[in-house]
Design a binder for this molecule. Structure first.
Ligand SMILES: [Zn+2]
Length: 113
């Protein structure tokens, strides 16, 4: 379950930021997760609760913003929505797609005290 290490990464950022910005409580975290990032939202929520236990982010609210997958088709030159990596182009059925969005996972916003 790689969501655990992803959450540990998030936690590390929260700690580093706390040090830099001088906050002592994290109330809420907005995480942007791409549709193609291979992240299971439910596991993410579970791991987040585990990882934040006993930390400055304990009980913090986890808000997840899902970002749709997007790709550029080399065949028809269109930008198309992509549900899964290695799907065919919905316009022309080509597999020559270049993913242009929805692969990322990042902290979008924090609510701190
Ligand atoms: Zn196409």
């Amino acid at each position: 379950m790689h969501e655990m290490s992803l959450c540990e990464g998030v936690m590390q950022v929260l700690k580093d930021q706390a040090h830099e910005q001088g906050y002592s409580r994290v109330e809420a975290v907005w995480l942007e997760i791409g549709e193609l990032a291979n992240v299971e939202i439910e596991s993410m929520r579970f791991c987040f609760d585990v990882v934040t236990q006993g930390t400055l982010a304990e009980q913090a609210k986890l808000e997840i913003i899902e970002v749709p997958g997007q790709a550029w088709c080399m065949q028809c030159g269109k930008t198309v929505a992509l549900k899964q990596r290695f799907d065919a182009c919905p316009e022309c059925s080509s597999y020559q797609l270049q993913v242009t969005g929805g692969e990322q996972m990042m902290i979008k916003e924090l609510e701190v005290n």
